[in-house]
Design a binder for this molecule. Structure first.
Ligand code: PGA
Length: 248
């Protein structure tokens, strides 16, 4: 078993064009070695500029934070997987908890997005994770299982990466403990085994996200079932992000 190590920066709705270029040039000063797959997810309008900017270095890939559940057509303000692919992106995030919480994205909608992304030869980072209320009610394992089952059933999992992001840890400064994260990542592998097979369970990268930062990344990445991180706040500071990339 030789899973990829991955660090991805989700810039969310931050960074104007000039700020984005400044951040990316800071990151490229210290990009780490090629044993880690490194991805940034800028806001839609600046993805092209960042893709071109990192293009020559070859050390970073870019992705979109979302894509439409529709293939094309009259959906004002939406962006399709085909358009995302056409500007040189390799990745797309699907099912981020902020999409679920603020934009009503369900597992069924995530499933449609994943299918379109894969048809367009994008790699998908599918985000899952329970709310605080669900953890307190002790339903977190079931919630995650349902998120996986409803979105991934019948899908070819080859180009899927999972990001476990407990909602209570996102942007709150409260990180899952090593034990909580490892326990859930191991559970996700069991779900993948039941949904697909042991090879898929063993080979699918599973990233942790939720207040992962330059201080705690190393202890999280040391867990046997954690293959890297999906980083929000700390990916907006070049030095912190570069330190996280070096945390394996
Ligand atoms: P955070 O966000 O690192 O700021 O908690 C992670 C994410 O939402 O992907």
């Amino acid at each position: 078993m030789n899973r990829k190590k991955i660090v991805a920066g989700n810039w969310k709705m931050n960074k104007t064009l000039s700020e984005a270029i400044e951040l990316m040039s800071g990151i490229l000063k210290n990009p780490g070695d090629n044993s880690v797959t490194k991805i940034v997810f800028p806001p839609y309008p600046v993805i092209s500029a960042i893709t071109n900017f990192v293009g020559a270095s070859g050390s970073f890939s870019t992705g979109a934070q979302n894509c439409s559940e529709h293939a094309s057509g009259a959906f004002t303000g939406e962006v399709s997987a085909a358009i995302i692919k056409s500007i040189g992106c390799k990745y797309v995030l699907v099912g981020h908890s902020e999409r679920r919480q603020y934009f009503g994205e369900t597992n069924a909608i995530s499933s449609k997005k994943i299918k379109l992304a894969l048809e367009n030869k994008l790699n998908v980072i599918y985000c899952i994770g329970e709310t605080l209320a669900e953890r307190k009610a002790n339903t977190h394992f079931d919630v995650v299982k349902t998120q996986l089952t409803e979105a991934l059933q019948g899908i070819d999992p080859t180009n899927i990466i999972i990001a476990y992001e407990p909602v209570w840890a996102i942007g709150t400064g409260e990180t899952a403990t090593q034990a909580q994260a490892q326990e859930m990542h191991a559970h996700i592998r069991v779900c993948l085994k039941n949904l697909f097979n042991s090879d898929v369970a063993n080979n699918t990268p599973i990233l942790y996200g939720g207040s992962c930062n330059a201080q705690n990344a190393a202890e999280l990445f040391a867990c046997p079932d954690i293959d890297g991180g999906l980083i929000g706040g700390a990916s907006l500071k070049a030095d912190d992000f570069c330190k996280i990339i070096r945390s394996f």
